[in-house]
Write a protein that binds this ligand. Structure first.
Ligand SMILES: [Zn+2]
Length: 600
């Protein structure tokens, strides 16, 4: 896994101006000290999306999303942290070195790999439009009904059936064969010579969200060739099991439609785009992975799976269901008749018919349940078999409410008791690694959490409170673990900061992993929420008082319990001590209450 040093992250953050980065994709206008525009993350008619140039953060007061420049790129392009850094570095013209397993890669390696892929894409493209060489590929595309406009948009090309032509062309351009093999377009033979990986194939460039070619997928056009599709080998810029075909062109469509249509084949993606479903993409390679799912869910929670109706497609569907089972997202599946894929369906029935299938798409679990019953006879034996086939799928549903709903439905259809199904589920349940480990920290909203957040917000906007906070050891009064951790981070940053009027919020936000906390902090740090110094003092005192009260009350209850026990045990010495402590706490609580009535 590539790592970027803290130092480099800081540099990228410093040089990538958030107004510029956001402004490239969201039209912004000035409003006071902030810049506002229509939020790219939700549909709206009046702008509630704010970018603060001073603090280098964004916040949407409509949907709540917020954070620093890196988070914006992650959310907008649907990419992971490191890739977001790469995009920002590319835009700002910063060369970043990624540490890989402790050693640094040769300077500019990534740039060379991009350049080789770009050159190869262009070379394949020329071969496709070449009158003689490309005829076979053009014929194929024509037969499949691919518009020339789509062919251009997806950058399709043709790799002639030659072992040396591409290698020669690369050399003539000054690329070494060794690097071209690193890029995955050439292969090194046992004899040490290099030859073309793709021969006699229709070429589909795979591009990242910045539109750069990172690899190729090639479909054979030679009858009798065993491997129908092959992909570039892995490289520094291409990791299998993470990339989608068509993602670069689908990003906008997914955002607009707020849904993604995930299909199996490259040509399916192209045809779906051709028929107006520009939110379509395909997982590269054969199987969908957890990484794919994670990336997809960054962009939308509405996922439609279109898999072939054959056995392999069904297996792929069940696998997809497993991958989504750990999320709270329920994908839907678009069902086509046996023998159909999106390509053949669209050409025969048209876009409206496909849209209707999407609109009527059942959730995957619904589909799996229906299929299990349909595959068996309707008598008791058949129904029992269907239940047995479904038990593993039911056991994997992560969301408890959803799970119990489906257990009930399956029980009713099979005319068995829910208890029987639950019993079967228990017999196959093995402890999951995450279930065995720590439970999720308690992040429920309580009045105490409000006070904790209130203090954090004040410290962020008025860093002088960090000193008071530190001296009074207010952190000991915090109870929510994530907020407690955040508080010590904020104090650290505030105390470090030379300018006590403004801490570097973007850095703070960027250092957090919890996306929801990032959203929240970005909101606290917006100008709109700043209050004047005198009001801030009052608010700070009030939040501090509430925390102290809560703390004293918790102590009071604990002491009262212990006192009960001491009385029961007849431990008179301890009883006296506890009575004194209890009285002291009572007085403290009353005192805090009086202070509160003075303030309010
Ligand atoms: Zn929004």
């Amino acid at each position: 896994m590539a790592r970027v040093s803290e130092h480099q992250i800081e540099e990228i953050r410093r040089r990538a101006d958030i107004v510029e980065v956001v402004g490239r994709v969201v039209p912004l206008r000035r409003a006071g000290r902030a810049q506002v525009g229509l939020c790219p993350f939700h549909q709206e008619k009046t702008p509630s999306f704010h970018v603060n140039p001073d603090r280098q953060i964004f916040k949407c007061f409509g949907c709540g999303k917020g954070g620093d420049v890196v988070k914006f790129v992650m959310e907008y392009h649907g990419v992971e942290f490191v890739e977001a850094l790469r995009l920002l570095a590319d835009q700002a013209g910063i060369q970043i070195q990624f540490e890989i397993g402790g050693s640094e890669e040769p300077k500019g390696l990534r740039e060379q790999l991009f350049a080789i892929n770009a050159f190869a894409a262009d070379w394949f493209r020329r071969a496709l439009i070449d009158e003689h060489a490309g005829a076979i590929a053009r014929e194929y595309l024509h037969r499949r009904g691919v518009d020339p406009e789509m062919s251009r948009r997806f950058g399709l090309g043709f790799a002639p059936d030659s072992w040396d032509d591409l290698a020669d062309a690369l050399r003539a351009k000054g690329f070494t064969a060794e690097r071209a093999a690193d890029a995955g377009v050439l292969v090194k033979s046992d004899k040490g010579t290099y030859y073309a990986r793709f021969r006699g194939r229709l070429m589909f460039p795979i591009r990242n969200t910045a539109g750069k070619v990172i690899a190729f997928s090639g479909r054979t056009l030679i009858a009798g060739e065993k491997a129908k599709y092959i992909n570039s080998s892995e490289s520094r810029i291409f990791t299998k099991g993470q990339n989608f075909y068509g993602l670069d062109l689908a990003v906008d469509g997914i955002r607009r439609a707020n849904r993604a249509i995930l299909c199996e084949g490259n040509l399916d993606v192209i045809m779906l785009h051709q028929y107006g479903f520009t939110e379509s993409l395909a997982a590269l390679g054969t199987a969908l992975t957890e990484e794919h799912v994670r990336r997809l869910l960054r962009s939308t929670n509405n996922v439609f799976l279109v898999f072939d109706a054959d056995e392999a497609g069904q297996k792929a569907m069940e696998r997809a269901m497993d991958l989504f089972a750990n999320t709270d997202v329920e994908p839907r599946c678009v069902i086509l008749s046996a023998g159909d894929d999106p390509d053949s369906f669209l050409r025969r029935e048209g876009a409206d018919a496909f849209a209707a299938r999407v609109a009527a798409a059942p959730t995957v679990i619904e589909f799996v349940v229906n299929r299990a019953f349909a595959a068996q006879t309707a008598d008791a034996t058949g129904r029992a078999k269907a239940v047995n086939a479904l038990v593993p799928a039911l056991a994997r549903i992560h969301n408890a409410v959803l799970q119990s709903t489906w257990i009930r439905q399956v029980a009713e259809r099979a005319r068995v008791s829910e208890a029987a199904i639950r019993h079967e589920m228990r017999t196959l349940r093995r402890p999951r690694p995450e279930a065995a480990g720590a439970s999720r920290p308690d992040t429920r909203e309580t009045p105490r959490a409000d006070a904790e957040k209130g203090i954090l917000k004040l410290m962020i906007n008025h860093p002088r409170f960090a000193f008071t906070f530190d001296e009074d050891r207010l952190i000991d009064l915090f109870t929510r673990p994530d907020l407690k951790q955040l508080a010590s981070l904020v104090v650290e940053r505030c105390l470090e900061s030379q300018d006590d009027r403004d801490m570097r919020v973007a850095e703070l936000v960027g250092s957090l992993e919890d996306s929801e906390l990032q959203d929240e902090i970005a909101g606290w740090a917006m100008d709109e929420d700043r209050i004047d110094e005198a009001d801030a003092d009052l608010a700070y005192a009030e939040f501090g008082r509430r925390l102290a009260t809560e703390f004293a009350k918790r102590r009071f209850d604990a002491v009262a319990d212990e006192l009960e026990r001491a009385r029961r045990d007849g431990n008179e010495g301890r009883e006296m001590e506890l009575m004194v402590e209890k009285r002291r706490l009572r007085a403290r609580i009353d005192e805090l209450a009086r202070e509160g009535s003075v303030v309010s």
